[in-house]
Design a protein around this ligand. Structure first.
Ligand SMILES: [Zn+2]
Length: 231
């Protein structure tokens, strides 16, 4: 299994790795700082030994780097990877914001999160909610920014699957994880949110800046979609 450098150090922008396999444009490394698409997050982009990485995907527990052109390197080579850091850092800020937003809306309304998409420019969270007028949204965003402004520390740690499942707050998402995973990664944002989560986050909410609502959409009878960004 590829060592996940993006879990050990979410601020790793460059790394060296050994090539495990090359299949056309698909490259597997022994370790990577590229966070693959998943959990609502778009994949990291960047370069491997100077060749553009167009997407990074996870199949089972394996991570595949998809290149724009066939690589000049082969199995056994040591390659240098470099992330498109501006993009990744925005994804981290957006993702931590999405957790805080989901926690605030859940606390205020009891609404459940039915989907999310975290992208560098604009992100969205879907809520199972009937009433989502402008005044309410503004008050939720204010509460999100209050939490962001408190400079909350974001901690990540691993917990045995059974232990995580015994905590009601983790259960919903934990059940969506593949059964083969024995240890679940937990992300805790101060006293606001704790969830089983595989994605990349900032270390402290003061790195987020300001969360801004962009627009809302109705997606079905009681499904509300909120678009937001960070400034
Ligand atoms: Zn997440």
């Amino acid at each position: 299994m590829t060592r996940r450098l993006f879990w050990e150090d979410m601020y790793a922008r460059e790394f060296d790795a050994k090539v495990e396999s090359v299949d056309g444009l698909r490259v597997v490394l022994d370790q990577t700082a590229f966070n693959p698409r998943g959990g609502g997050l778009v994949s990291d982009l960047g370069t491997l030994e100077g060749t553009r990485v167009s997407e990074v995907v996870k199949e089972g527990e394996e991570i595949f780097h998809l290149l724009e052109e066939p690589p000049a390197f082969g199995p056994g080579s040591v390659v240098h990877g470099a992330l498109d850091w501006d993009r990744r850092f925005r994804i981290m800020r957006m993702h931590t914001s999405a957790h805080i937003l989901s926690a605030v809306v859940n606390r205020e309304t009891g609404a459940l999160i039915t989907g999310n998409q975290i992208s560098p420019d604009q992100s969205r969270v879907d809520f199972n909610l009937d009433d989502f007028d402008k005044g309410r949204i503004a008050s939720y965003i204010d509460k999100v920014n209050d939490a962001v402004g408190r400079g909350l520390e974001v901690r990540t740690y691993f917990m045995k699957r059974e232990e995580a499942l015994s905590n009601p707050g983790f259960v919903k998402l934990a059940n969506a994880m593949p059964p083969s995973v024995e240890m679940l990664r937990i992300v805790q944002i101060g006293d606001v949110d704790t969830q089983a989560d595989g994605g990349v986050h900032v270390k402290n909410t003061n790195e987020i800046g300001k969360v801004v609502a962009v627009k809302t959409e109705n997606k079905g009878k009681s499904n509300r979609r909120l678009y937001f960004t960070v400034e």
